[in-house]
Write a protein that binds this ligand. Structure first.
Ligand code: CTP
Ligand code: CA
Length: 229
């Protein structure tokens, strides 16, 4: 076990986690999605449960077993994920690991879209999805500790700092995914992350995703223990 003793570090706390991709339907057989295995978010949910928290895991479409002691809410689209997250509030800590599709189709077709023989693809019109992390950042029931993730391919720290401010988060956990797809991060078991906060940057290099999860939850517990219920 990661933690021992009668009182676990997150006993009595509610930790809300999003994980996996979202799927945005185009028609009954097609969708837009992000690359995400859900492994890192599920590992964080498992670590939070081991630390004694009540855990709500809002999961997009992934092929992973539910971690022990975790309440899982399955969703498909960003709009469904937004609604499930709001329904799960209040939370002491929210960790938004999901790779939410930034756009959805302006209206999914009820029937499969057919090729019309002209050689020109049917136009696809997109609208922006709500930003779940930013919504929590200015929410009336804002979690005490709000953590976002960011997959970046360049200028990792700069982009993470910008997201911290833009979304009203306390931490952004930045992942360098340059080299994806097929790189070690996406779908793999190891991860190098940079935790960007108002105080600076802490880097954890090339660790298994479950070790990143355990360390992150230790850091969450440390911050929450300094604050009243
Ligand atoms: N996020 C979210 N809702 C969205 C988009 C992103 O909650 N509609 C969250 C992610 O779960 C993650 C963080 O915001 O915790 C950063 O996601 P990212 O895609 O890196 O940020 P974006 O603002 O969408 O920026 P980009 O244009 O780089 O995709
Ligand atoms: Ca995005």
């Amino acid at each position: 076990p990661d933690f021992e003793g009668p009182e676990l570090p997150l006993t009595g706390r509610h930790v809300l986690i999003t994980a996996g991709p979202t799927h945005e339907p185009i028609d009954p057989v097609r969708y837009i999605a992000n690359r995400s295995s859900g492994k890192q978010g599920f590992a964080i949910a498992a670590a939070a449960a081991r630390a004694g928290a009540r855990v709500t895991l809002v999961a997009g479409p992934v092929n992973l077993p539910t971690p022990q002691g975790v309440k899982r809410v399955d969703v498909e689209t960003a709009l469904e994920m937004m609604a499930a997250v709001e329904a799960a509030l209040p939370a002491d800590a929210a960790i938004m690991v999901a790779a939410v599709a930034d756009w959805r189709t302006a209206g999914a077709a009820n029937q499969k879209i057919k090729k019309d023989g002209s050689g020109k693809p049917a136009p696809l019109s997109l609208v922006e999805n709500p930003d779940i992390l930013a919504t929590l950042g200015k929410h009336g029931q804002r979690p005490t500790l709000l953590v976002g993730f960011a997959a970046e391919t360049e200028k990792v720290a700069d982009h993470a700092r910008a997201k911290l401010a833009k979304k009203g988060a306390d931490w952004i956990v930045a992942n360098d995914v340059s080299g994806a797809p097929g790189a070690s991060v996406m779908g793999g078991d190891a991860n190098s992350v940079h935790i960007v906060t108002a105080d600076g940057i802490e880097s954890w290099e090339n660790l298994p995703k479950d070790v990143v999860a355990t360390r992150l939850i230790e850091k969450v517990a440390h911050v929450l223990s300094a604050r009243p219920d």
